[in-house]
Design a protein around this ligand. Structure first.
Ligand SMILES: [Ca+2]
Ligand SMILES: [Ca+2]
Ligand SMILES: [Ca+2]
Length: 413
């Protein structure tokens, strides 16, 4: 099937490669186990290529230069040298090459990247980096197809924070962002909070450098950024076990977004599976889905409505009713973690009210232009008394009838 026989009826080219064992030249490193080249590119039609299936995986031994290689040579194979040696046979043997732009799924194969044969989903972050080193595909050349060996979790979720929520507009205030200069830090604030309050925000399996371009904070309107939030993926068989964390951003309309300010949040080192999703905030109590969610296909998870039940005594008890039918995270956790864990207290040891008083010094003082845990309503100022003060939200949450009440995060870990 070549260009000089174009009158021949061409059919899509398909291929199935399963159950093979590819032995490298161990102990000599080198060689390519499997490669795909698009030659006779003028008329060829590439169909479906199956490389490994469940139960009939290919086995790629260690020490290959490339386990799977997608060819990126373009144009004439003449003169030599060429990627495709069979066409280096002289003037009459030439053909026209194009990049192999068809994706190939290689999930169902084992690769030995130094610790024995492993399926890609079983690999940790470092092992996947080693696997990436022996693949030649999309990240290397934009014209190429992708070797799909890892389907990361994408979180497409929505949450409201009680503190900045405005029930009239149905949006959160973005005063921290709108301040000039903006009060929201370019880099995630949670590492520093965890230093100040050990165990409050512990990073797990997170290799993402979480800082943003300042331009992210120039967006206004419904999609303006309110603050940084914290996401956790927890083990479907034990919701106390954190498998991965990410810092992300939340927009005024509640959308939780990645570092570009608009995309769903990627967990680049977590394989799609079922996980409990927990969303937390630096001075609010977190909430977690009541059940593990299947992240295949990036489902939308809406923490603002009762129809998305959360883990706890009741399907909504982990959240605060902030408007008819609308839920938000409980505000007022100015001490993110105290002896009782993740709790909001108005009185007694470790209470969340006293830090507000400490910041203002005297009760009628106001401290403006700050990004602080004590700014419960997140308007950029810490205030203890008077209209719009930060203390009264805590009192309202524990209940004015019983200021000794304690609100405990569900789950409290
Ligand atoms: Ca939005
Ligand atoms: Ca607290
Ligand atoms: Ca405030």
């Amino acid at each position: 099937m070549s260009g000089n026989s174009s009158t021949i009826v061409q059919v899509p080219i398909n291929g199935v490669f399963t159950g093979n064992t590819f032995n490298s030249l161990t102990p000599t490193t080198g060689g390519i186990a499997m490669s795909f080249y698009n030659h006779d590119s003028d008329f060829a039609t590439l169909g479906t290529f199956t490389v490994g299936t469940v139960g009939s995986e290919n086995v790629f031994a260690k020490d290959f230069s490339y386990a799977v290689y997608l060819g990126d040579q373009t144009g004439s194979t003449l003169p030599a040298p060429v990627d495709f040696p069979e066409y280096d046979l002289g003037a009459s043997s030439g053909t026209i090459m194009a990049c192999w732009n068809t994706d190939i799924n290689i999930l169902n194969n084992t690769f030995d990247i130094g610790s024995g044969p492993q399926l890609p989903p079983a690999m940790n972050h470092l092992e996947r980096l080693a696997l990436e080193n022996i693949l030649y595909h999309l990240p290397d050349k934009p014209c190429l197809g992708e070797l799909i060996y890892f389907l990361p979790v994408e979180v497409y979720a929505k949450v409201f924070l009680q503190g900045p929520y405005d029930s009239l507009s149905g949006l959160m205030n973005d005063a921290l962002r709108a301040a000039a200069p903006t009060l929201i830090p370019d880099s995630e604030p949670y590492s520093a909070i965890n230093t100040a309050f050990p165990g409050a925000f512990v990073e797990v399996n997170n290799y993402v450098v979480e800082s943003v371009s300042p331009s992210v904070f120039t967006v206004t309107g419904d999609n303006a950024i309110v603050d940084w939030v914290w996401l956790e993926l927890r083990d479907k068989t034990n919701s106390n076990t954190l498998l991965a964390t990410r810092c992300a951003l939340v927009q005024r309309d509640g959308d939780i977004v990645d570092l570009d300010g608009s995309s769903a949040v990627l967990f680049p080192d977590s394989y799609v599976d079922e996980y409990y999703l927990m969303v937390r905030h630096r001075n609010h109590l977190g909430a977690m889905t009541a059940t593990a969610i299947d992240f295949t296909g990036a489902p939308f998870i809406d923490f603002t409505v009762a129809s998305q039940p959360t883990y706890g005594t009741t399907p909504t008890s982990a959240r605060r009713l902030i408007k008819t039918g609308i839920y938000g995270l409980w505000a007022g956790n100015t001490i993110p973690k105290s002896s009782g864990g993740f709790q909001i207290l108005y009185n007694n040891s470790g209470n969340d009210r006293l830090p507000i008083l400490t910041v203002v010094g005297t009760p009628l003082n106001v401290v403006p232009n700050v990004y602080m845990l004590e700014d419960v309503n997140m308007n950029g100022e810490v205030k203890y008394n008077g209209s719009g003060n930060d203390r009264v939200i805590i009192l309202g949450n524990v209940g004015t009838l019983d200021p000794l009440n304690v609100i405990t995060q569900e789950p409290n870990n």
